[in-house]
Design a protein around this ligand. Structure first.
Ligand code: SAM
Ligand code: SF4
Length: 335
């Protein structure tokens, strides 16, 4: 459906858990408050909401978290989401640590692609960012997923490496250059994401993507815009001759893309968020659990989603942080 600014909303990010097996410094360095499982949507409730979304024109779903693969039943949820009439594409965002163990189930469930979060190829820096010695495991998972012909995108937050790790040895593999080089011999999209001032992310300095692009052009003078299709999303892609993968820039701050925003976000506790910056949205868990059941419930849910989408804000206000009303951390929102 269209929102009140004429934007087509066809993409829903669904967080299926607040919990995670990593402690990324910019996301949840101290873990998250323990929420009883009864406060978290059941997998059946998630499917109910997605089905109502599909009736309103949601075609693409991203399963996220917390770390979605720590939730039991993630693969069977994906199978059920894929079976909803109108849903065309279901993908997953994961830190990759449990991917190898789950890969066959996810492939069998019909997963259409995977985004793997990886901010650095330097193992010391990886440990410092995530609190875990897991780089080799994640790299193996990337190779396995790519060799199973699953489309793979890497998500790399654009930390200002040298400021964040002042004092350690500045090896090329630990910087954005290492991540770009990864695309030389791997058929994956390496996407840089400007750090957004949400939760702990406020404490970190992001690279400015206009400067990053200039620096990439200096290092790779043959870099050209990539007009190929990379799925629904705000990334702008580039190609470097001889590289197997592409480079993507997601520039929420220095390349604001709100006029083309196509998404809403469902939190693990069932709140439908319509913009990263604001608390606006709808408590779908309340609608589900207070509802009367059957057909009436479906209409109430669909109507609550429609009303929330119609009130979707025009644009984020990251450049004016005093106007932000979102108080949750990224792990509770799902990225
Ligand atoms: N655990 C999964 C993962 O790491 O991919 C899924 C959830 S995580 C919250 C989703 C994405 O949000 C990750 O790629 C992470 O790097 C990114 N992220 C977290 N905090 C962020 C921030 N403040 N700004 C931009 N991206 C952020
Ligand atoms: Fe966990 Fe993903 Fe947040 Fe890292 S970014 S702490 S992997 S939810």
């Amino acid at each position: 459906m269209k929102d009140s600014y004429g934007r087509t909303i066809d993409y829903m990010r669904i967080s299926i858990t607040d919990r995670c097996n990593l402690r990324c410094k910019y996301c949840m360095p101290d873990g998250v408050p323990m929420v009883p499982m009864s406060d978290i949507l059941s997998l059946e409730e998630i499917v109910q909401i997605a089905s109502c979304g599909a009736k309103l024109g949601i075609h693409n779903i991203k399963v996220t978290g917390g770390e979605p693969l720590v939730r039991k039943g993630c693969a069977s949820l994906i199978r059920e989401l894929k079976a909803i009439p109108g849903i065309e594409c279901v993908t997953l965002t994961t830190n990759g640590l449990l991917l190898e163990a789950c890969l066959q189930d996810l492939l069998a469930a019909g997963l259409d692609g995977v985004n793997i979060s990886l901010d650095t190829l330097n193992s010391e820096r990886y440990d410092a960012i995530t609190g875990t010695d897991g780089l080799a495991t994640v790299k193996r998972a990337i190779d396995l997923a790519a060799s199973a012909s699953l489309p793979v995108k890497l998500n790399c937050v654009s930390l200002d490496w040298d400021e964040t790790f002042a004092g350690d040895s500045q090896s090329a593999d630990g910087s954005w250059r290492g991540m770009v080089e990864f695309a030389r011999n791997h058929p994956v999209d390496v996407r840089f994401i400007e750090m957004m001032p949400i939760g702990y992310g406020r404490q970190f300095k992001s690279l400015n993507h206009q400067e990053l692009l200039e620096n990439m052009k200096r290092l790779y003078p043959d870099l050209t815009a990539d007009s190929g299709s990379h799925g629904p999303g705000p990334a702008v892609y580039y190609r470097i001759p001889g590289f197997q993968g592409s480079i993507g820039l997601i520039s929420a701050i220095h390349g604001k893309f709100c006029e083309n925003c196509n998404r809403v976000r469902l939190t693990a506790q069932g709140y439908l968020k319509t913009c990263l910056c604001y608390e606006d949205g709808a408590d779908l868990r309340a609608v589900l659990r207070n509802g009367t059941g059957g057909q009436v419930l479906e209409e109430e849910l669909t109507s609550a989603i429609r009303q929330a989408i119609l009130k979707k804000p025009n644009a984020h206000c990251f450049e004016r942080p005093e106007e932000m009303t979102e108080q949750h951390s990224m792990v509770m929102i799902g990225g």
